[in-house]
Write a protein that binds this ligand. Structure first.
Ligand SMILES: [Zn+2]
Ligand SMILES: [Zn+2]
Length: 135
């Protein structure tokens, strides 16, 4: 049954998805909240969180979290590599064609059902490199 609140949810979710797909900065939920608020001034942070969870569960977006770092969200649903700056924490997509061979033969060597893999490069981004050189 579609009621008013379901319709509103749907519009909010669409705006959240659109805003997330406009950027490649892998924003946190708080950052997405700030982006979405420009279009939906009355949206709550809780609603943003809830919709991000729904979107990542349905595979529209990816949720990225390593260790205890803050959760980030990625509008690109397809598997791709990430590169993270150790200094400022900026997370970017590795350039297309970055080829790292990860063998799915793992499937044959373990009783786990392998669902995929997560890989992240780490380094220092150009902005931080400049900053270091000027010190
Ligand atoms: Zn950096
Ligand atoms: Zn990404």
């Amino acid at each position: 049954m579609i009621n008013q609140s379901n319709l509103r949810m749907t519009r909010q979710r669409r705006v959240i998805l659109e805003e997330l797909r406009k950027v490649n900065t892998h924003p946190s939920a708080d950052e997405i909240y700030e982006m979405v608020r420009k279009q939906l001034p009355r949206i709550s942070l809780g609603t943003v969180y809830r919709n991000l969870e729904i979107l990542s569960e349905s595979g529209e977006i990816q949720k990225i979290q390593f260790g205890c770092s803050q959760k980030r969200f990625d509008g690109v649903a397809e598997d791709h590599y990430h590169i993270r700056c150790l200094d400022c924490g900026r997370l970017m997509d590795a350039p297309p064609g970055s080829d790292v061979r990860i063998s799915y033969k793992l499937n044959e060597n373990t009783d786990f059902k392998i669902m995929g893999y997560k890989l992240e490069f780490i380094g220092i981004c150009p902005a931080c490199l400049n900053h270091h050189q000027s010190c």
